[in-house]
Design a protein around this ligand. Structure first.
Ligand code: BES
Ligand code: ZN
Length: 638
């Protein structure tokens, strides 16, 4: 860990002190804030941010904001602490659509600023003349169309009585409501005071200092939060609405709307054990509490690893805990992603691939090697689909992918090939030695940015050392920098799904759907079956499957999705009402975007159905989801 005291000019990478373990989640001496250094190598330069952190950088963000649900704006002040090179004239921040009122220094003196030309993705640089100031205060409002924020009407919530607001920062959306340097390699501590109308509650991804809130001048209730260790700014997150809380264990709990809290708590009973398993594997959980919030169904992702407060889609509530791999995943990001963070998005495999591997180890620790092997085999199949789609040697199949500037690329590569790289290392090196290295990697780099090159350098200096034979066996550079699948990749256990694969063969040979087996299968087994079916099936065979397995009525979102993908690709009319219900009931992009794409591929049959459903569903979706679907349906009235 290299946490720099304020006195050290943290933008100079060379001034990093030696590793110092243990004091991670405490504030520095006498309230001095912890500052993490910024990398200065060319591969750590973020093309998606206008910031020039080696000249002047933000170290701390203090927000004082009020949420206006009628105007769909959040506004107030952001006070930024700045470290700058001696003589630095200006600091450059990221901003997108912000309405600026004024900028002052710590003493209320006006500072001049200019807003540069806006780019549709990155927004506009906000350059502020420092005039020697090391604290700047920006008075501003977000725009009603701020992409990070979704303002839900009461009808879009489970309770249907109160509005709801949530934010989604990753990858480069937080600049639509927070004027700061929005780059994952520029870590910042933060604090916030958020005012929301009565009787709503606000929660954020930091220590929740006033759980019940306090009366606010001018009406409403104010909620205060703090994050005392430096985090990447995409991890600042807010939710506000009619929110209840239920404890799950000593340091875990769940927030949700009152109508959802019971189902959420039941699904999440194993969370405390997951945290303990994570710690046994890879070292201390350094964030204090691990709480989650189950959001309304418009949340565009499965989960988002906001520190101390994972955001979750309600579509993982299956009633049988079959989809809690999602929770293991978001929890694992407390190490890979939040503690050690990709400095730039083309290295997002360092966040998502390492996390997907870690997720599987947590699942193994809680539910045994059988379930973990099945989930690893599903992940391997997802990776194979990605290779099939992109081309086995396409540039998009590289883990370090300089072309992918925000999300890092296909999930089959970033997540699944990334996880397989670690699984292959584990097998080659031996679990005990590999685990010891990974644990020490998190310790050495806690609260610091990471690149592919630094990852490999750490592995070489701390594990491989001079073992030439091991170096050769691992094929590290090929895994990280080359397209395709390296020859040493470990294959999934062929027996993981043996009975399912036998049932698939029987069905493909003309047999009846395996109704009795299906009734006893786990969700992973059902998914293996559905995804293993031939992609082209005649109507009578689809009808048999539907009837025997109750597919259109499936209440498990992953199963329903897998079925609808197959059914719609074959123009199976009886699946249309189920697709309509599903697509208008939630906005998770992973489900929504592929289903619309499948419909769009079915030209004269599917496009009108897609257009009809999208017209009603679009206003309920988050910008992350509409951004993707709009591209698919352009020209079909969507
Ligand atoms: N950090 C991601 C979500 C994300 C990725 C947001 C890229 C914005 C850009 C999160 O941890 C994640 O991976 N979620 C997955 C679930 C997981 C089990 C694969 C999801 O949302 O489906
Ligand atoms: Zn993730």
């Amino acid at each position: 860990m290299r946490l720099l005291p304020l006195a050290c000019l943290a933008f100079v990478a060379a001034c990093s002190p030696a590793a110092d373990q243990g004091a991670a989640n405490q504030q520095g001496e006498k309230g001095a804030r912890l500052v993490a250094s910024v990398l200065d190598s060319p591969d750590a330069r973020d093309t998606q941010s206008y910031a020039r952190p080696l000249e002047a950088r933000v170290t701390h963000v203090a927000l004082d904001l009020r949420a206006d649900f009628d105007a769909k704006r959040i506004g107030g002040t952001a006070t930024l602490d700045v470290e700058a090179k001696p003589g630095a004239k200006a600091i450059v921040l990221d901003s997108k659509g912000l309405e600026l009122a004024e900028v002052t220094d710590g003493n209320g003196r006006r500072l001049s600023y200019s807003l540069g030309k806006a780019d549709p993705e990155r927004g506009a640089p906000l350059t502020i003349d420092l005039q020697g100031a090391r604290r700047i205060r920006i008075a501003y409002k977000s725009a009603p169309e701020a992409e990070a924020l979704q303002w839900l009407t009461p009808e879009q919530t489970a309770g249907r009585k109160h509005p709801f607001l949530f934010s989604q920062g990753q990858a480069i959306l937080n600049r639509t409501w927070i004027p700061t340097q929005d780059s994952p390699g520029i870590r910042q501590t933060w604090e916030a005071r958020i005012v929301v109308p009565e009787p709503l509650k606000a929660v954020m991804s930091g220590e929740r200092l006033t759980p019940e809130g306090e009366p606010a001048e001018g009406g409403g209730r104010a909620f205060r939060f703090a994050m005392n260790v430096p985090v990447a700014p995409y991890l600042i997150a807010l939710a506000a609405g009619d929110i209840a809380f239920q404890p799950l264990g000593p340091r875990t709990g769940v927030y949700a709307e009152p109508a959802t809290i019971e189902a959420a708590a039941a699904e999440l009973v194993d969370t405390e054990k997951m945290v303990a398993a994570g710690e046994r594997l890879y070292g201390p959980y350094r964030w204090g509490r691990y709480d989650m919030i189950v959001l309304p169904p418009a949340f565009p992702y499965g989960g988002m690893e906001n520190p101390t407060l994972t955001f979750l889609t309600p579509t993982f509530l299956a009633g049988d805990r079959s989809l809690v791999g999602l929770v293991a995943h978001e929890l694992a990001h407390s190490w890979s992603g939040n503690l050690v963070t990709n400095a730039v998005w083309p290295d997002s495999w360092l966040n998502e691939g390492v996390t997907s591997y870690f997720e599987n180890r947590i699942m193994e620790a809680l539910y045994g090697p059988g379930r973990a092997a099945q989930e690893a085999a599903l992940s391997f199949a997802d990776m194979e689909s990605a290779f099939a789609e992109l081309g086995a040697d396409a540039p998009g199949t590289r883990l370090h992918n300089p072309d992918e500037t925000t999300e890092g690329g296909s999930s089959g590569i970033v997540y699944d090939k990334g996880a397989l790289f670690l699984r292959t290392m584990e097998r080659t090196i031996g679990r005990e030695r590999f685990d010891a290295w990974l644990r020490s990697y998190f310790d050495r780099h806690a609260f610091q940015p990471m690149t592919s090159a630094l990852f490999l350098a750490d592995l070489r200096s701390n594990l491989i050392k001079s073992d030439k034979a091991l170096e050769k066996k691992l094929m590290l550079d090929e895994w990280v920098y080359k397209p395709g699948l390296p020859a040493n990749a470990v294959r999934p256990d062929p027996k993981a799904f043996a009975p399912v694969d036998a049932a698939l063969a029987a069905f493909k040979a003309g047999g009846a759907p395996p109704a009795q087996l299906w009734a006893r299968w786990t969700t992973a087994e059902r998914l293996r079956f559905l995804n293993g079916l031939p992609r082209k099936l005649p109507q009578p065979r689809l009808a048999e499957l539907d009837r025997a397995l109750g597919l259109n009525g499936s209440r498990n979102a992953e199963t329903l999705f897998a079925w609808l993908q197959l059914a719609l690709a074959n123009r199976y009319e009886p699946a249309v009402p189920a697709a309509d219900r599903f697509l208008t009931a939630m906005g998770r992009r992973k489900f929504v975007a592929p289903l619309f794409e499948t419909l769009a591929e079915q030209g004269g049959w599917g496009r009108p159905i897609a257009a009809r459903i999208y017209e009603r569903a679009r206003p309920t979706y988050h910008s992350v989801t509409t951004g993707t679907v709009d591209k698919t349906l352009k020209g079909s009235g969507g």
